[in-house]
Design a protein around this ligand. Sequence first.
Ligand code: REL
Ligand code: ZN
Length: 424
Amino acid sequence: TPLKSEEAIRSAVKNLVEEVHVVDVHTHLFPPNHGKLMLWGIDELLTYHYLVAEYFITAPATITPEKFFALEKQAQADLVWDSLFIQRSPISEACRGVITTLTELGLGELVERRDLNEVRKWFAKQTPEGYVDKVFELAKIKYVLTTNIPFEKKETVHWYPKAKEFDTHRFQTGLRVDQLLTGNWESIKEALDEMGIEHTIEGVKKLLEKWITIMKPKYFMAAVPPTLEFPSDEEMSTYAPSTINSATLLRRVLLPLAEQHHLPIALKFDSVRPINPALREGGDGVVTTKVSTLQKLCLNYPKVKFLATFLARVNQHELCVLANKFGNLHIYGCWWYCNNPSIVEEITRIRVELLGTAFTSQHSDARVLDQLIYKWKHSKAVIGGVLQDMYVKLFHAGWSLTREEIQRDVERLFGGAYEEFMEK
Ligand code: REL
Ligand code: ZN
């Protein structure tokens, strides 16, 4: 039965978005059996690189990044807490996220008392396994995609020579290959040596094929360095066969492998790393690169599927137009510095207006398990609001809507469209 009024539509959309279980198409999470790589709990939340960067804007000159990072995690967290939550109100998006998370976990009273030590005691009573269940349930997660880097020893020990079981029901893998696009030959060489593979272009292919067999990834993923230009055929033909750089690794390794193994490539554009190295993970910046790099990829490689997200706000409109032209391109999420309510709202409006439901409205990029709770709650509030407006406009245009129809669309925007794209 069609919904009869604007109010009925608004309340149905609000409720359906709140209740939908999401596919989180990009995170940096690990399952419990990956030991220390799984980050969770209050001290990890407080030392998230977004908060550390924010902390340093307020920190006294005596606390340099070197000194800060030399401290124990808990001591780092104490500094962040005192500066960003006690000395001033935690109104930034990253700070508010900590509060939303704790409140949703039922720790509102401890937050009210600003009692960090009691919060720590609560976390100390959780087990990693039990906590994964709790967070997935609270955040309403179907499954997440993880970031798995075959060039990072601390990660690969969990896979090779003997792979640990991966809870693929809730954690699916993504093979992260930034080293190819940055042409980081040093670290590629190390990975080749580890497996006793020769140092050639063919060798890099073999290496990645091994990792495909081991990790069973759903896609390749890489951040695109701002300097990477799509190489022309002419440029490619002038490279000596032995030349190994990002252009050859892209055109002779990554793209052919993606095609052969039917693995989409998820790309992230517009980050520049680092602009302030002292801040470590928090030191990366944003830069506006050319959307046409992606257009050339989509056009020249029609058999390869691309997932893409851009960090620069100004590129969002151009990206939508591109996605409207290429069936082998799927847009996902509002990345990092775009994952702020004001920008999520703007981006979501443009996307719905140009693409309907053929995109993935958000990914969390969570590094700390608990962040799933706030990242999804905050995003859903904004995206849900935008959708309410869209459906009301459609209703006033003369289109009747049922709850089931809205539910179908909402499911697409929070994971279904991604799954349809992956199955294409
Ligand atoms: O996957 C990436 O390249 C980025 O999302 C991360 O490197 C970044 O640090 C992340 O935590 C941002 O949200
Ligand atoms: Zn990420």
